[in-house]
Design a protein around this ligand. Structure first.
Ligand code: UT7
Length: 330
């Protein structure tokens, strides 16, 4: 499969660190020095996962030179759906991709990478020819805005890529790894509230509702700086590709210190590490395609460029992929 188009979309409202300081006891200095984040976008009235994902998908379609009617599959990676039954069909309808099957995939901040890898298997097997993979999250719905240890980290956004069947020699997914460790699930959760209400004589039913995001930041940080380099090392070793030949590191944007640690480990110079979390914070499943789209549109990522990507987060889940950007096929 070839990566032939990208798109992204962001809510219009931006909240600076200083402004957040009016809500919780924090400071621009603390947030910037610990995370690299300077501001984040937060969805306002009329902005939803569906609207952001649809706008990102349309931009990716346009860049790929496809019509919506040509799309076979839409995979939407999200952990903050507009509808727990699935948001991808709403996106399908909104963009007019009537022939596509559409469903959600949930793997938190690893979601986009897992969805991209999943899509590649459908394409390689010959089941589908044209696939839109979208990462979109609206975690502003689910953070506790009074918990300064988490609310400063997250933002809303969406990114999408268009994937197309191609000759094996042109395949843009050179290698991948996917990992899960549910034994460490409690490190980062957006879990259902265990509230049971009386139903009929002697029986209760669990009522809907989720507790806000809960994170053990230090544990997740340690997990990320251990597992991301490990998974990328495996990929480089398996393919015989040297880190010095990578054009870009395209990592999940959670914390600048994590990006720096991974870059140091592989001696990748700062100018080849893609980073935009200063402006957008951690947009969960959206960070990787949002970052990729920005770098494709401003000309940093060029056709033929080699990218090492890694997503990591709740689950715990993590993964890596070596990708070659193709751009629109002739
Ligand atoms: O996408 C999913 C992946 N998520 C991640 O990768 C997140 C990984 N973790 C991290 O990035 C970092 O652990 C954080 C940025 C979340 C936190 O940084 P830290 O250096 O681990 O800080 P900490 O949690 O150890 O807190 C240090 C101090 C505490 O005060 P005391 O106990 O030392 O007095 C916190 O209460 O900083 C305090 N603190 C804050 N102070 C000002 C926590 N949040 C804030 C805040 N403003 N927003």
């Amino acid at each position: 499969m070839a990566l032939v188009g990208s798109g992204s979309a962001l809510p219009s409202a931006s909240i600076s660190n200083a402004l957040l300081g009016h809500r919780v006891e924090t400071s621009d200095e603390w947030i910037r020095s610990r995370t690299g984040i300077g501001s984040r976008r937060v969805a306002g009235a009329g902005e939803t996962v569906t609207s952001l994902a649809s706008a990102a998908a349309l931009a990716a379609l346009e860049q790929a030179g496809w019509s919506a009617a040509e799309v076979d599959l839409i995979l939407l990676a999200t952990s903050s759906p507009d509808d727990l039954f699935g948001t991808a069909p709403r996106v399908q309808a909104a963009i007019g991709a009537h022939a596509a099957v559409a469903f959600d995939l949930t793997a938190a901040c690893s979601g986009f990478l897992f969805a991209l890898i999943t899509a590649s298997q459908y394409i390689r097997s010959g089941s589908f020819e044209r696939v839109l993979v979208i990462g979109a999250d609206q975690l502003s719905r689910w953070v506790d805005w009074d918990d300064r240890s988490t609310c400063v980290l997250f933002g809303d956004g969406a990114g999408a890529v268009a994937l197309q069947a191609c000759e094996q020699a042109d395949d843009g997914l050179l290698a991948f790894r996917m990992r899960s460790d549910g034994s460490r699930n409690a490190c980062l959760t957006l879990a259902q509230t265990p509230e049971h209400r009386p139903l009929v004589a002697g029986l209760t039913a669990q009522v809907g509702g989720f507790a806000p995001i809960h994170m053990n930041g230090q544990e997740v940080y340690k997990f990320a700086v251990r597992e991301v380099p490990a998974v990328l090392s495996e990929l480089l070793e398996a393919t015989g590709i040297k880190a010095s030949t990578l054009d870009w590191l395209l990592l999940h944007q959670a914390n600048q210190r994590i990006l720096d640690a991974v870059a140091d480990r592989f001696a990748v110079p700062q100018q080849r590490v893609l980073s935009n979390l200063g402006l957008y914070g951690n947009t969960s499943a959206a960070t990787i395609p949002l970052m990729l789209d920005e770098a494709v549109r401003d000309g940093r990522v060029q056709p033929g460029h080699l990218l090492a990507s890694s997503g990591f987060g709740a689950g715990l889940s993590w993964g890596g992929a070596l990708l070659r950007w193709s751009g629109r096929l002739a």
